[in-house]
Design a protein around this ligand. Sequence first.
Ligand SMILES: Cc1cc2nc3c(=O)[nH]c(=O)nc-3n(C[C@H](O)[C@H](O)[C@H](O)COP(=O)(O)OP(=O)(O)OC[C@H]3O[C@@H](n4cnc5c(N)ncnc54)[C@H](O)[C@@H]3O)c2cc1C
Length: 401
Amino acid sequence: MYLDKGKTDFNHYDVIVVGCGFSGAVVARELADKGKKVLIIEAKDEICGMMADYSDENGICIHKYGPHVFMLNDEQVLDYLKRFCELVPVTNYVHAYIDGKFVSIPVNFYSLDALYGEKKSKMLQEKLISLYGEGSEVHILTLRNSNDLEIRKLADELYNKIFVGYNAKMWGSKPEDLDPSIPGRLPIRVSYNNKNCKKKYELIPLKGYRDLFMRIVNSPNIDIMLSTKAASVISIVDKRIRVEDKPYDGIVVYTAPLDELFSYEFGELPYRALHFELDVYNGKREAPSAVTTFPMNFDKVRTTDMVELLEQKKDGFVANVSEFPGEYNKNLEHFNVPAYPVLNDASNSIITKYKEKSDAIDHFYYVGRLAEFKYFDMEASIQSAFRCSTEILEGEIQSDV
Ligand SMILES: Cc1cc2nc3c(=O)[nH]c(=O)nc-3n(C[C@H](O)[C@H](O)[C@H](O)COP(=O)(O)OP(=O)(O)OC[C@H]3O[C@@H](n4cnc5c(N)ncnc54)[C@H](O)[C@@H]3O)c2cc1C
């Protein structure tokens, strides 16, 4: 199943899939189940993409690239995952560390209680209910434009204490310069609803992501080549795919960054990256929940206790993974894994050119968070992998007719 580059006959494969995160693994399996011979080429020395996990010396499961929890609405995705693993429900809460206090996130009435004390919190709650209705969710920017002075003051304070600092650290820029979808991800709730997940299911794979991925790619029709960058094998010449500099008649499904494939012809796509630090100790966690964000002070943006997050039965242990953001740079020792695409007019113009160039190539498909240059959660990645494999299989049927 695992192959050496030097000994591989690429023309033996109907499909080459680049990258083995959810996008690549799911497309590979869908096509393999329909009888296609698939080769996965993965740059890292392991599969799983950003979902890679491992067990430390205490048997604690650690998510290598930050905490990953399934938040799902789509029953098709749920059924697909259940084919390969047992999923267990979890409920995660998030707090932000502000002015020495742990404040519930997304902002809700518990947050106002923690920040302002009972009396002022009650007054603000009543105003919010009368203006926006109990149970509603209001965008921070809507609150900032309110006619009510107290609400505007509240909004300004939350905006400065939570959004400005967080965005400055996370994105290295001011909130106004960002895609409007970014502050919109952090609404204010007019209720005591403090659940982070708004979707129907919040789940983790019982035996971890590595085990899940091993099962997805476990098919007699799938081979994998690790530690191989796509550009060292695949090139595009006159809109045709070449593999090891020879014409390749099969299909390529590409889930890696497009700029790299085209030798950065139209410029590099900008990403934010994360550096992770792990601190495992025996003792009591100070934070009230598994996840704490740090909008003010500190260089880190988030700390997650993997023991609490995954509800692991490791009494007395705390396994804190802290995330430090920085500019992505493929040549650095840290910050060399692209985490979040920086979406703005300049990057949109660059990715559009790469996509146009890709669209003109026969038998070439791009899919996933890197190739599409979008923020995808795992559910969206699996959905787009389904769409891609359907498109490939339907295209084949049409060309046979
Ligand atoms: C810190 C963080 C936390 C997250 N938490 C959650 C969460 O809790 N829940 C959730 O639903 N989603 C979460 N996500 C999103 C989730 O990681 C993505 O949905 C998922 O990674 C998408 O899978 P993918 O296959 O498209 O990309 P990836 O997982 O990035 O897979 C792409 C693969 O391509 C490989 N590759 C890259 N370049 C090359 C190349 N040149 N040649 C060959 N291979 C290459 C990479 O090594 C990688 O294995 C989180 C993301 C981050 C950054």
